[in-house]
Design a protein around this ligand. Structure first.
Ligand code: ATP
Ligand code: MG
Length: 465
């Protein structure tokens, strides 16, 4: 993308309504615009990050064997009356009437609707296990929407639902989700710690929340510092393997880590004092096992191997896709702006032309742009006729992890400059070396980059474009 043709409405001033850094930076970087309280339009740059997060969630769900569906945002109240939640849910549920005076609502979650789909189509244990999920807009009429997309009224969420014959099977589904969530967040460049939590209006006994540590988090959390040393890494997991999932669950949940709702001071004090931590965290996901809480009232039963009809065991699982955009910024920024992790960055590499209109500089930038594009990457080329300082400030603000700076002076010596947004370190490289290095950085994150790159790697720079 050429910046001169893009829509990137960056703000020079710090918006006064934003209380926390992620909200400020999202507004300043032209990622979102508030439409009304807790409701946002996603502008092009913000949408790209949202979609990158969404893509990672889809890929990891597929890896775990979960099946995507899409359910409507507007639902009839009837099903919610059947489950008993229409009255229970309270004022967070946005209710409305259609022209025939029928009660409707904007979905805050979708246990009822998915259970209705299940009971209409599944009647035998042979069709189990089954896990379906969607990524869809939700609405909760939060009493205090704040912090931008972190606590919106309308928000984008992955919600998944498992259906199993026995409690044991459903607990495997729970473990499988815990494992796949660990991997999902790590791919985004985030450490999200599973913590024992309280189940709230979803109900059920077993539940973990995933929290990203950040001073601006709304939850108070208590944990053993050792837990922050754990990495999921690139281990291969067979998600159908009960023991394997169980082992990972134990590794990641055996140390003390709880939100204030379930905190137990006496247990906490058993941890050596130098490892005890009290901090704040942002909830970016939650998994539940709730047994037959919905399947019983809604009649979601299957015929078991013995011919008897039994209600299925269920769980649900959520990832706050839109909240993650804010959480990622809370965890990755400095005084100049955002610092995107490579897995979610809206563009892979910035190209800054120090002297737009200079023949050599323009040609070198064009060539870099084309080479990176040919390798399957998306560069953002600042081709505006602007001062260098202004271009650098924009790049720092929007947080692309890598920047190639091109100017007539360097080109005389055959070099450009490659700069890391995170460390601020620069190195002088030939344009060819710069492209090679950027591609190598991204190949582990994007299979298609590795594929594009393979035939290019053996050839020299001038043949790439
Ligand atoms: P919270 O305690 O923050 O209100 P919740 O526990 O009610 O959230 P869940 O029902 O567990 O939320 O929803 C799954 C995920 O959706 C949460 O982990 C969170 O990341 C996200 N989420 C929930 N409410 C909001 C909101 N108002 N705005 C943005 N994301 C949200
Ligand atoms: Mg929750």
């Amino acid at each position: 993308m050429r910046l001169s043709r893009y829509f990137l409405p960056v703000l020079k001033e710090t918006p006064s309504e934003a209380q926390i850094v992620s909200h400020r930076l999202m507004l300043r970087a032209g990622m979102i615009k508030q439409a009304s309280a807790g409701i946002y339009s996603w502008l092009p740059l913000g949408l790209k990050v949202l979609q990158n997060i969404e893509r990672i969630v889809h890929e990891e769900q597929a890896r775990a064997g979960h099946i995507p569906v899409l359910m409507p945002t507007l639902q009839s109240a009837d099903l919610w009356r059947e489950s008993g939640r229409y009255d229970d849910y309270g004022q967070e549920m946005l209710r409305m009437k259609d022209r025939h005076d029928r009660d409707m609502l904007f979905t805050p979650t979708a246990e009822e609707l998915i259970t209705d789909i299940f009971r209409a189509h599944v009647s035998s244990y042979k069709d189990l296990p089954l896990t379906m999920y969607q990524i869809q807009w939700k609405f909760r009429d939060e009493i205090r929407p704040r912090f931008g997309v972190m606590r919106g009224r309308e928000f984008y969420m992955k919600d998944g639902y498992n259906f199993d014959l026995t409690k044991e099977d459903a607990l495997h589904a729970y473990n499988r989700h815990l494992v796949s969530y660990l991997r999902t967040y790590e791919r985004m460049g985030l450490q999200a710690i599973p913590m024992r939590a309280d189940s709230g209006p979803i109900g059920g006994d077993d539940t973990h929340e995933f929290l990203v540590l950040a001073d601006t988090g709304e939850s108070e959390v208590f944990y053993d510092r050792e837990i922050t040393d754990l990495k999921f890494g690139d281990r291969e997991i067979d998600y159908d393997n009960v023991e394997q999932c169980q082992a990972v669950l134990e590794e990641f949940t055996s140390r003390y880590a709880r939100t204030d709702e379930t905190h137990d001071e006496a247990l906490f004090n058993q941890i050596p004092e130098d490892r005890r931590r009290v901090a704040r965290g942002i909830e970016v996901g939650q998994i539940f096992y709730f047994g037959t809480k919905y399947s019983e009232p809604l009649g979601a039963t299957v015929q078991g191997p013995d011919g008897k009809s039994v209600p299925v065991h269920m769980g649900s699982h959520g990832i706050g896709v839109s909240r993650l955009v804010g959480a990622l910024i809370e965890a990755n920024h400095d005084e100049n702006g955002i610092i995107w992790p490579e897995g979610v960055t809206p563009f892979h590499c910035g190209i800054v032309n120090l002297k737009q209109g200079d023949d050599a500089a323009d040609a070198a930038c064009d060539q870099l742009y084309k080479a990176l594009t040919a390798a399957g990457l998306e560069p953002l080329y600042d081709d505006r006729k602007e001062r260098a300082g202004g271009k650098f400030a924009t790049m720092d603000l929007i947080g692309l992890p890598w920047r190639i700076t091109v100017g007539p002076r360097g080109l005389k010596n055959g070099v450009v400059e490659l700069t890391s947004r995170r460390t601020g370190e620069s190195e002088e490289l030939t344009p060819e070396e710069a492209v090679r290095k950027v591609v190598e950085i991204y190949s582990p994150h994007h299979e298609h980059v590795a594929k594009h790159w393979e035939p290019m790697a053996k050839r020299s720079f001038h043949t790439w474009v």
